[in-house]
Design a protein around this ligand. Structure first.
Ligand code: ADP
Length: 513
């Protein structure tokens, strides 16, 4: 093994010019070289490609890389060819003639690395080709696509485990992803028979990223002044709808800011052009939906702005993580407005999912929303979510750097808790807030809530202020929303010490914008 690892290190230097493996790379490569089925979970930009490329050049046969990123295959293969590495790719963009030639090359052992799209392994011609060659390793990139709990499930991935198991010579399997939720991890371990011991999860923390959440601002004003202050720097602006991509990019162009637009409704030709203009720095800024980005290898993105809140933390971290892949300090800014929750809820409702899935999507949306309301370190919140627990705060995010007065809101929080209890945990944020401010609307009268002892306890506050406090208490897990689009509020065990007066709740005074 030592000799193999020595050879791996030499290749790292010789081929890529790097002196050291990054965190996780060495363990993954070692596990693969000792023929263990391995799962590698590493953040975007963590250096996953090397984890299968180096073994590919050390192991005797060919390595098949399954990747959904057709656009990236060519770039990867070009880069490898540049390094004098025998690699090729097979996907639907090839002509029949090209495909035939490449199949021939694979049969003759010309290539060490072959990239294929997942659909390809269902083709019988490809299956019989592979039966004729010696396959050492199957690398599954973006492996979370295999899990229905992942944010990017692809049915074509489902045939991979069976196919892999049917291959003669039992090639090693390496699954790689940047999505590390427990559920996805367990799915991948089960489907691909990977043990805990050979699951390598590396630090998700990205020390050069500065996370910021901005609430209650005029998003367009912010965007304009931000972009004007960062001329010539490369950035991505994500919105949740195609329509918004169009309107924002047109508006920015009108304001003399050079941007390109990208979304799934554009022609392929236009999309490719936009992507290339952006990756080759001809156009510094791209306004896009989440259709843009999976596998984009652009290292100098200085900022990623989420004009709208995405639906899940996984999607957010992956998109935001496209900033600063070169390690230089970069910003990830999320512009939150309550409308974003409604947009995402609408999209969930439209998605025709079964009840269980729908509930799951709402839970994910709630976790994303809580990220926008938490007062904890944002980096820590994200790492916690991915199971990469740490007590360190980043000292860079908008919460760590928050200025302003810290207010003791223990009493008010206690009132919220007892109000929730009084209505037997059967009502949502709006009604709870209305009871506490002493509203006398129809619904309050109908349920005779004005007779509750908690009625009007916060009559100096307005409904929005109470709702904000509730949002924070949800984010800090004192209150759990249950149900889907109009969740009812229930209390968690965390409220006990607060009710007993053993723990205080502090809130930063929101600065006026
Ligand atoms: P991922 O697929 O995990 O998003 P990549 O494989 O594209 O990440 O790698 C991201 C960047 O990090 C690439 O530019 C790559 O060359 C670089 N990189 C990978 N491993 C190392 C290393 N050991 N030392 C320095 N740079 C590395």
């Amino acid at each position: 093994m030592e000799a193999l690892m020595d050879s791996a290190k030499k290749k790292l230097k010789l081929i890529y010019g790097y002196d050291q493996f990054r965190k996780g790379q060495e363990e993954i490569i070692q596990s693969v070289l000792s023929k263990q089925r391995t799962l590698g979970i590493m953040p975007t930009g963590g250096g996953k490609s090397i984890c299968y490329q180096i073994p590919a050049f050390i192991l005797p046969g060919v390595t098949i890389v399954i990747s959904p990123l057709i656009s990236l295959m060519k770039d990867q293969v070009d880069a490898l060819t540049e390094l004098n590495m025998a690699a090729t790719y097979i996907n639907s963009s090839l002509s029949t003639q090209e495909e035939k030639q490449r199949y021939e090359g694979i049969r003759n052992g010309t290539y060490k690395l072959v990239y294929v799209a997942p659909e390809r392994i269902e083709h019988s011609s490809f299956q019989s080709l592979i039966e004729q060659v010696d396959v050492s390793l199957i690398a599954i990139d973006e492996a979370h696509c295999l899990s229905q709990w992942g944010h990017d499930f692809r049915p074509s991935y489902l045939s991979i485990p069976k196919w892999v198991d049917s291959l003669k010579g039992a090639p090693t399997v390496l699954a790689l992803t940047a999505t590390a939720t427990k559920q996805v991890q367990e799915d991948l371990q089960t489907y691909l028979s990977v043990s805990d011991e050979h699951t390598v999860i590396t630090g998700f923390s990205r020390h050069n990223l500065r996370f910021q959440v901005k609430k209650g601002i005029d998003k367009r004003d912010f965007l304009l002044s931000y972009l004007n202050s960062r001329k010539n720097e490369s950035g991505i602006i994500y919105t949740s709808t195609r329509k918004e991509v169009e309107s924002i990019s047109e508006w920015l162009t009108m304001k003399q800011i050079e941007v390109v637009a990208y979304h799934g409704g554009m022609s392929e030709e236009k999309r490719i052009k936009a992507q290339e203009d952006f990756t080759h720095d001809r156009s510094p800024v791209i306004v896009a939906t989440n259709a843009f980005g999976m596998g984009i290898d652009k290292s100098n993105v200085r900022y990623v702005i989420h004009y709208n809140m995405p639906r899940t933390i996984e999607a957010y971290y992956q998109e935001a993580g496209r900033a600063g892949r070169d390690g230089e300090s970069s910003e990830c800014i999320l512009l939150f407005s309550p409308q974003d929750i409604r947009t995402q809820s609408f999209l969930i409702e439209q998605s025709l999912l079964n009840e269980e899935r729908m509930k799951h999507e709402y839970e994910k949306l709630q976790q994303m929303t809580s990220f926008c309301h938490t007062e904890r370190c944002l980096q820590q919140y994200l790492l916690d979510y991915f199971g990469d627990r740490s007590n360190d705060t980043c000292g860079r995010c908008s919460n760590c750097l928050k200025e302003g007065e810290k207010l003791d809101r223990t009493k008010e929080a206690q009132m919220v808790f007892s109000c929730i209890k009084r209505v037997r945990e059967k009502f949502g944020k709006t009604i709870i807030s209305q009871i506490l401010i002493g509203s006398s609307n129809q619904k309050i009268k109908q349920f005779r809530f004005q007779e509750l002892p908690t009625y009007g306890l916060l009559n100096k506050w307005n409904q929005k202020q109470v709702a904000q406090l509730i949002d924070l208490l949800i984010a800090e897990e004192y209150i759990a929303p249950t149900g889907s689009s109009y969740p009812t509020l229930t209390l968690t065990e965390k409220v006990l010490p607060v009710l007993k007066g053993e723990k205080n709740i502090y809130v930063f005074a929101e600065k006026e914008h």
